[in-house]
Write a protein that binds this ligand. Structure first.
Ligand SMILES: NC(=O)c1ccc[n+]([C@@H]2O[C@H](COP(=O)([O-])OP(=O)(O)OC[C@H]3O[C@@H](n4cnc5c(N)ncnc54)[C@H](O)[C@@H]3O)[C@@H](O)[C@H]2O)c1
Ligand SMILES: [Zn+2]
Length: 350
């Protein structure tokens, strides 16, 4: 088992990575003799819920589980009252735990429920999608969507531990593997040239990817851990994780969220790097390499975006502050920096 510790004072926690961990989750959920309120979704439950619940019960926990419909629609503010009611009916107290078993939707929703139920109970993340394993389960950002937009209500609530079983990726549909690869490639771009080179070498080959996946997950989580330790609430270093995301979020929004997040981020990373290269702010050749590795991992959706629409969407983004827009640029592959500009940066001079 590989273990990483996120050092955040009294909110510190461990991230454990091991194949087959789904059958051992009970060992890591405290308190023994207490209750575990497990939240999962309809795609994950048939594969993993029985195993996780069996392990929790063997460890002496009383378990209640709820299986929600799979998909982003479930991450709605409106789902919360039902979860609070079920937890109350189960008798969940502040000394018990919420356990999220699923992708980013379940982690964000269940984490927000845990942050707010009785002013906060501990929660354990068991991420089952690649995106959740390398990104959303670590860092403590939890939240739900409103009809007006995604992630508009949320909190910072760190999990009490994160349990990653890479074997769960064997049932994840290819499109969602590609989605998660968008974030994996991002980590390589901003912090780790070796990881980027490994991905170039794998060149989209699924069996090679799965051969290296434990190490890849470890490397990505370790990067996110270090970033979060330095900047838990996103005032500086954590902004680097937004590489490719400003433009990507705009594309997703303009497509009515038809476009996948991974493909949008892939396009965002390549696009902004083309602009920064043309301005001499990034070493030459980076955009080409990013485009190549993204395409190799099937991140090749290319909608024809209307740049005025993109800029309007960027201006509306909740991250656009009054004093300008912080974009993340690469100095080179493996090294990123924040650059203060305006949304018009995306017009570029290509
Ligand atoms: N909190 C954060 O820091 C953070 C960071 C990035 C993204 N997010 C959020 O994460 C969400 C996206 O996460 P996601 O891509 O995991 O979405 P998701 O939770 O919808 O999972 C993707 C799909 O895969 C299915 N699935 C998950 N694991 C599976 C498995 N092992 N086998 C078979 N099917 C499986 C799900 O049912 C779903 O259909 C978004 O809501 C986004 O806002 C949060
Ligand atoms: Zn992302």
């Amino acid at each position: 088992m590989k273990t990483l510790r996120v050092e955040l004072g009294e909110r510190s926690y461990d991230i454990r990575i091991e194949r087959g961990l789904t059958d051992r989750v009970g060992e890591f959920v405290a308190p023994k003799g207490g209750k575990a309120f497990v939240i999962t979704d309809s795609n994950v439950a048939p594969h993993y819920l029985g195993r996780a619940v069996g392990s929790l019960e063997s460890a002496g926990l009383k378990v209640r589980s709820v299986t929600l419909p799979a998909g982003e629609k479930t991450k709605s503010f409106n789902t919360l009252p039902m979860l609070y009611s079920l937890a109350l009916e189960f008798g969940l107290t502040r000394s018990d735990a919420v356990v999220t078993l699923g992708g980013g939707v379940i982690g964000d929703l269940g984490g927000f429920m845990a942050a707010t139920y009785m002013r906060g109970v501990q929660f354990v993340q068991i991420p089952t999608s690649l995106l959740a394993q390398v990104d959303s389960s670590v860092g403590g950002k939890v939240g739900v969507d409103l009809p007006e937009g995604k992630n508009l209500v949320g909190a910072f609530h760190q999990p009490s531990c994160v349990l990653i079983d890479p074997d769960t990726l064997s049932t994840l549909p290819d499109g969602f593997i590609a989605d998660g690869m968008g974030e994996v490639i991002k980590y390589g771009c901003i912090k780790d040239e070796k990881l980027f080179e490994l991905l170039e070498g794998i060149n989209g080959d699924k069996s090679q990817l799965f051969k290296h996946i434990d190490d890849i997950i470890y490397t990505c989580v370790d990067i996110k851990r270090r970033v979060v330790e330095q900047d838990e609430r996103e005032s500086g270093e954590r902004k680097l994780l937004n590489f490719g995301h400003t433009y990507g979020h705009a594309l997703e929004k303009l497509s009515g969220f038809e476009m996948s997040h991974g493909a949008a981020v892939a396009m965002g990373m390549e696009y902004i790097t083309r602009i920064s290269e043309s301005k001499g702010q990034t070493a030459a050749g980076c955009a080409e390499r990013i485009g190549g590795v993204c395409r190799a991992f099937s991140l090749n959706e290319r909608p024809s975006a209307d740049i005025d629409g993109v800029i309007a969407a960027v201006k509306n983004d909740k991250k656009s502050g009054k004093g300008g827009l912080d974009v993340v640029l690469l100095e080179r592959i493996g090294k990123a920096y924040v650059y203060r500009t305006t949304a018009d940066y995306f017009r570029g001079q290509l």
